[in-house]
Design a protein around this ligand. Sequence first.
Ligand code: 5GP
Length: 175
Amino acid sequence: MPPTLYSEEQIAERVAVLAAQIDEEYAGAGQLVLIGVLKGSFIFLSDLARKLTIPHRIEFIAVSSYGDRESETADSVRLLMDVRHAIDGEHVLLVEDIVDTGHTIAYLKRLLGTRNPASLKTATLLHKPDRTEQEVAIDFLGFTIPDVWVVGYGLDYAERYRTLPYIGELPPEMR
Ligand code: 5GP
């Protein structure tokens, strides 16, 4: 199994802190719309949402992933599945598993921003600042990590390791 970068306990502690920050940020704002970016964010989103005390609803959106594209450019992100309900006038929090180059989150912020939400912020469990190609503000951040390939807690390598309970670093010889 891949060596541990963050244990189940460390993740749970951090997710609880993020949920408390989000509760505070949106207190009294009415219903928050959490939009999870499939597939990688589904476990983070479910843990985060269950820690929130503010009213919220869940949406999902899906974009092309690394497996679908050879080289990552700002134009190569594709929308595979859209949210079900309109978000105009709503407070929206985009929930990502990991921000790597920043192209995905930049694309989604641009797309959702055209739909006139009352506000649009981003939460990501992991961020690899060394890989940044496109700067996008991250409002709620779990952990900053080095340029390694991580798996587990929703994150995969060719669909493997996604349901590992911890976040592991996948060494090149395991790929
Ligand atoms: P970006 O558009 O920021 O370059 O990439 C975001 C997407 O790339 C993430 O949502 C995720 O699907 C994938 N990704 C980037 N780094 C990793 C990683 O270390 N592990 C896994 N499993 N996926 C990653």
